[in-house]
Design a binder for this molecule. Structure first.
Ligand code: AHR
Length: 496
């Protein structure tokens, strides 16, 4: 048995839990929108064609914000195609995913869906093929109350109240050569700054996100953020980070340690932003919107043949997650929480069907992937303040990141309870975790659950959706509070 310990103390406060940490992402990609959130004619479809079963699972997942409509898709998107009478909406080629976009769902339907799901919409504008004017038009369409051609067009379409979208992404992954309208950092920085300035003329209180790097392995990583922020520092609030991880060549140890890269990513981007701020002699601080993150078996997608035709809502990026993927997702969530002083928004990419915690069958069931559980539990139980914890535990050697601690953990604390979120990365043995809770005035472990099992590659399916799910952890002892974490596990421990 591995031995580990950590100390819980409300004095070690990092920052309040940011609800926007629990954001997700809906892109017009594959079956995320069509037969994902929207499927008129489905037995569970409501009067607007939204799947009530998916809405229910979205609420259960505890989603705070949803980024829309892309992703790579947004860089070729004409938002006007998706408003007005549905029968007049054009079908278009979607170059990003080699698909046909029917435009049955557009911004009004999306915001309506958000209201039903109880989530905050977060919009991205197209700075790939379009620019300032289209961004301003979309903003006016969405947020201006009435009395202009664009606002009145929204009202005529049935949305009397403004959509009041607060958070806007200035393009998507503009550093990536795969992006339609890909730009250099200087080109993008200028365009993002001018777009932000103009958008603020409509509403100075918007929260604006400049595109950072598509991954920490991009050749321009670091230099991109520095240049983009030099142009945009005064007019944006966030710089974005995107990161996807997968198990490569059967190296489970490195994969379970992927949060190490996310940690490096966050620290590097924060340092770069602060460096630019210092050069500009600015007192303002730029925060991080980690608005795409997940496990994604990208190499499978890259090795697959591209579609030869232009299908509508094809099955794309439908990764089928196993237990180890869920533990990796839990580790990434822990890292996001540990950096709540800097990461003030994040989006699990994506919500339904496309590298997603929720899966659907057209005309059929909706079910929870393994990765649903760490997200839902973290969103449900993270409350109050994030506490800094410094686990004392053994480490192990990984090919990708060198020595990495076997235990990765964070805690949150409010007036009623303290919750520890922890993954045990050990593949060989359980770990006995001793909690020093003296600063919590005699709090005891009142509940412990674990997501674990004998087969780290076990998956959920539509027929067996509960195979991988959190179960009560029976291995709890008191005085001192001690919990045994199974190998390769995601754990939630509640003290009160
Ligand atoms: O989430 C899938 C894709 O990953 C997004 O469209 C893009 O922004 C990223 O490369």
């Amino acid at each position: 048995m591995h031995q580990a310990a950590l100390t819980l103390d409300p004095a070690f406060r990092v920052a309040p839990v940011q609800r926007r940490t629990f954001g997700t992402f809906v892109e017009h990609l594959g079956r995320c929108v069509y037969t994902g959130i929207y499927e008129p004619g489905h037995p569970a479809a409501d009067e607007d064609g939204f799947r009530a079963d998916v809405l229910e699972l979205t609420r259960e997942l505890g989603v705070s914000t949803v980024r829309y409509p892309g992703g790579n898709f947004v860089s070729g998107y004409r938002w006007e195609d998706g408003v007005g009478p549905k029968e007049l909406r054009p079908r278009r080629l979607d170059l990003a995913w080699h698909s046909t976009e029917t435009n049955e769902v557009g911004v009004d339907e999306f915001v309506r869906w958000c209201r039903k799901a109880g989530v905050e919409p977060m919009m991205a504008v197209n700075l790939g093929t379009r620019g300032i004017e289209a961004a301003l038009d979309l903003l006016e369409y969405c947020n201006h109350p009435s009395g202009t051609a664009l606002a009145d067009r929204r009202i005529a379409g049935g949305a009397k109240e403004p959509h009041d979208v607060r958070m806007w992404c200035l393009g998507n992954e503009m550093d990536g050569p795969w992006q339609t309208g890909h730009k250099t950092a200087a080109e993008y920085g200028r365009l993002a700054a001018e777009t932000a300035r103009a958008m603020r003329m409509i509403d100075p209180k918007l929260e604006l996100v400049a595109c950072g790097s598509s991954s920490s392995s991009m050749p321009t990583f670091g230099a991109w953020e520095a240049e983009v922020l030099t142009h945009t520092y005064d007019v944006v609030d966030y710089i974005s980070c995107h990161a996807y991880y997968e198990e490569k060549d059967g190296d489970l140890g490195s994969f379970l340690a992927c949060a190490t890269d996310m940690e490096f990513f966050i620290r590097s981007v924060a340092a770069t932003a602060d460096h630019v701020g210092a050069k500009l002699k600015s007192r303002k601080r730029i925060d991080i919107s980690f608005d795409e993150w997940n496990v994604w078996y990208l190499s499978r997608f890259q090795n697959a043949d591209p579609p030869s035709d232009w299908p509508v809502a094809p099955r794309l990026l439908e990764d089928h997650y196993h237990l180890a993927d869920a533990v990796a997702v839990g580790g990434l969530l822990i890292t996001l929480l540990r950096h709540s002083d800097r990461v003030r928004a994040a989006s699990l990419a994506q919500l339904v069907n496309v590298i997603a915690p929720i899966m659907t069958e057209p005309g059929g069931r909706a079910w929870r992937q393994t990765t649903f559980h760490p997200f839902a539990q973290a969103s449900r139980y993270a409350s109050g303040d994030v506490l800094r914890v410094e686990p004392v535990c053994p480490s192990y050697e990984t090919a990708a990141y060198g020595q990495v601690p076997l235990l990765h953990a964070v805690a949150t604390h409010d007036e009623r309870s303290t919750t520890v979120f922890a993954i045990n990365r050990a593949t060989d043995r359980p770990m006995e975790l001793r909690l020093d809770a003296r600063a919590l005035g005699g709090a005891r472990v009142v509940e412990a659950s674990t997501l674990s099992g004998p087969d780290v590659y076990a998956r959920n399916t539509a027929d067996d959706p509960g195979r991988v799910a959190p179960r009560p952890n029976p291995d709890v002892r008191h005085d001192p509070e001690t919990v045994v974490l199974p190998p390769v596990s995601w754990n939630v421990i509640r003290l009160g």
